[in-house]
Design a protein around this ligand. Sequence first.
Ligand code: ASP
Length: 343
Amino acid sequence: MIFKWLKGPEYLMKKILLLTTGGTIASEPTKEGLAPGMDGNEFAAYLSGLSVNHQIQIKNLYQLDSSNIQPEEWQGMARAVADEFQQYDGIVMTHGTDTMAYTASMLSFMLQNLPVPVVLTGSQLPIRHPLSDGFENLRCAFAMASSGRAGVFVAFDRKIMLGTRAVKVRTTGFDAFESVNCPYAAVVDSAGLNLNEAVLPKPSGNFQLIDNLCDNVILIKLTPGLNPEIFDMLLKMRYRGIVIEAFGAGGLNFIRRDLISKLHQIVQAGITVVVCSQCLYERSDFTIYQAGQKALESGVLQAYDMTTEAAVTKLMWALGQTDRPEEIRQIFSTCYAGEVSLT
Ligand code: ASP
């Protein structure tokens, strides 16, 4: 059910924290191409329209192209939110678009039962550019951050998506993100911010910061005839988790190059393997085909309709908490932040 968000005084003067981390939105031309150069104070000059309706505090966390955002930064962001959220109605985080989907997923897992909105946004053109999409994205992010609805979200091109469902699908278009296998959490149109109640997270306990993670996780996209020996190398390199984007609804090669036996060996050796589909939309189901059922028998976990970004970050997060296979299986059979439909 969709309800229209209040347009009255409740909307006004919410206390919002803006955390900046870099990305195109904060970038400037340099001799080597666009690079993040604006700090929080410089950003403030571009927020005059928003400061009419909100009390805004700005904190500069990082000045990074999001290609350089890594697990250490995810922990820094999660800790910054955990330290600050009690003093604000909501938090907006500016971030590069390239890895925003990974960050949004990871923060969704790390910030359990977060009682306020944290809304990630960015832009395809720097905010200094006269035609930047940054203003519109920021305006929508601030509206969502003022909504009082808890959770981690991505705001882009007038759409608000669950952090665990957002995927970057365009390199340059302003409609760069899609909500994959899940309706939008809200859309912005002439009626205001239209929230979709069915999608919004419902916190069910006390807030908890769970920010341990394991960065020895790799993503492999299956290609026809992939040589199974690659997995021996990963074992030697002490990888603890592997996400495999398999074919279609769920299938892996087992004639001539027998990937299934190899997966069995590495699962026995203690590596967690999660299989998902390389198709962007709809769920994987490894029970449909022989080539999938054999994989399940080898002990791999299914990602069902999770995005690849959610599957990778959930595996990193799960392995940060435990190395016991039954506990990891239990984590993967639990939906924490709208990331998976388990029915
Ligand atoms: N390379 C940029 C980044 O991810 C792209 C962007 O922000 O749109 O930081």
